[in-house]
Ligand binder design. Structure first.
Ligand code: SF4
Ligand code: SF4
Length: 253
């Protein structure tokens, strides 16, 4: 199905969001004193010979190896700009006050930034009039219609994968070693902006021998998951939903 789109500049996508950032974007954002969080999840170690284009290969590329107790796992950690209300760069007229330096994710929206995920109009914040048939094409079937949009989505995905070693080392420097069980939630870490900038810059400057926290605890808000993790030899902890844990399921404690 083709999707047509034109931004109405309603500003909804600039409110109350977590914007995925590259390392350079996070340094700029936190360097401005604004909050950047690190969201972590623990993925099972993938097995078998995954096709290079497969979802499993992507999961491996966006994560780094670690252990939890006796289990071998992988950790996916992403940097996000966090603003519970309006973005600090949003002007009263709903225009971006940081337009030329806005993060890639802002340039991408409402395109889908993640691979293996189809764009769903219903899940986007844009009002109905933004999707009128008379607007320029955004998607031609499963393909991004605009070459510039396709290029920036590709760039965003590539850079996030290239950044993995630096984000991994940054977690170590900041003492971050807890992650949510994949597909159940995300553990939220909120370092001081200046400490995050220093850790990211140090990790960026060290081209090799980046430190890595090998022992991670897996957190969950479900007693049933805790039991499964412990029986698999993982170091697991029970938590409740809140500021430090974004859970997909109700607390089961
Ligand atoms: S940087 Fe600009 S486009 Fe991005 S969320 Fe903030 S105001 Fe919106
Ligand atoms: S929510 Fe959609 S229509 Fe509104 S400003 Fe963001 S991209 Fe434009």
């Amino acid at each position: 199905m083709n999707i047509h789109f034109a931004c109405t500049q309603c500003g909804r996508c600039c409110h109350g969001l977590r914007l995925t950032l590259s390392v350079d974007e996070a340094i700029a954002w936190a360097g401005n004193g604004d909050t950047v969080q690190i969201l972590t999840e623990a993925l099972p170690q993938s097995e078998g010979n995954a096709d290079e284009e497969s979802h499993a290969e992507y999961e491996k590329a966006r994560s780094f190896p670690a252990t939890s107790g006796e289990a071998t796992i992988r950790i996916a950690a992403i940097l996000v700009a966090f603003h519970p209300g309006p973005c600090p760069h949003l002007r009263p007229d709903m225009r971006c006050g940081n337009y030329s330096a806005r993060p890639r994710i802002c340039r991408i929206y409402p395109l889908e930034s993640r691979p293996f995920t189809n764009l769903s109009v219903e899940r986007k914040l844009c009002p109905p009039e933004a999707w009128a048939l008379g607007h320029p094409p955004l998607m031609s079937g499963e393909l991004i219609a605009d070459p510039a949009g396709a290029r920036i989505v590709g760039e965003h995905r590539r850079i996030l994968i290239e950044d993995v070693p630096v984000v991994s080392a940054t977690c170590t420097t900041l003492g971050i070693s807890t992650a949510a069980f994949a597909n159940e939630g995300l553990a939220v870490h909120t370092p001081e902006p200046s400490a995050l900038v220093a850790a990211l810059q140090t990790a960026k400057a060290a081209s090799s021998h980046l430190p890595r926290a090998e022992q991670w605890a897996i957190v969950t808000n479900r007693r049933s998951t805790l039991a499964i993790l412990e029986s698999a030899g993982c170091q697991a902890e029970l938590v409740t939903r809140g500021g430090n844990y974004l859970g997909s399921f109700p607390d089961e404690i």
